[in-house]
Design a protein around this ligand. Structure first.
Ligand code: GLN
Length: 201
């Protein structure tokens, strides 16, 4: 069994925990640097990216989170979490953690469409059923680097992507009972753990 942490400084933490547990992972809420050592993978949830960044700095987690990503452990950013993982944010001089080669547009769907739900075709999900994407003041990805695979688009805007062990989506997969996205991430974490195990044997 893999242990997946959820960065629990702010935002939609409890719902992610339910979805991860339903996908067969053990869950740990991460509020301090030391707790990062106990997990195989990390979810960076939605919320408000500037507030989350302030809290990350306050609890001195910025460097350790970048180290965590460098160690190759899987990371999954949803909504504000996606913004925190992006290398580039339109209108800002710097990104935050800058772990994914993506350029994002914060609040990209505009004020008139603050929140909405739409059926999406997300690449890599089991079955043919559409995935219902719940968007709340969501960003979108304007462009991706060569190593990034686009997993879903909506009106030509990229809303889910993967770069190796990094996964992100602009919507809130924790707010529906469809756990396929979390299942996909848990599988990534299991594969990484098995690889590590084989290397150390
Ligand atoms: N608009 C928020 C931000 O810029 C993200 C919203 C969300 O996570 N639901 O951080």
């Amino acid at each position: 069994m893999v242990t997946v942490g959820i960065l629990a400084l702010q935002g939609a933490v409890r719902e992610h925990a339910c979805s991860l547990e339903a996908s067969g992972a053990e869950v740990k809420l991460i509020k301090r640097v030391e707790e990062l050592e106990d997990i195989d993978a990390l979810v960076v949830p939605g919320g408000e990216s500037t507030t989350m960044r302030r809290l990350i700095d306050k609890y001195e987690m910025f460097g350790p989170l970048q180290e965590f990503a460098k160690s190759g452990k899987p990371m999954f950013g949803t909504c504000a979490g996606l913004i925190l993982m992006a290398k580039e944010i339109i209108g800002q001089e710097h990104g935050h953690l800058e772990v994914m080669d993506i350029k994002v547009h914060r609040n990209g769907f505009g004020r008139q469409r603050e929140s909405f739900e739409i059926p999406l075709n997300v690449d890599g999900m089991e079955g043919d059923e559409d995935y219902i994407g719940v968007f709340i003041r969501a960003p979108y990805i304007e462009s991706v680097g060569p190593d990034v695979k686009v997993l879903a688009t909506f009106q030509d805007k990229i809303v889910a992507a993967q770069q190796g062990r990094f996964l992100c989506c602009a919507f809130h997969p924790e707010l529906t009972d469809d756990h396929r996205m979390h299942g996909y991430f848990v599988k990534m974490a299991e594969e990484f753990k098995n690889e590590l195990h084989n290397v150390s044997k």
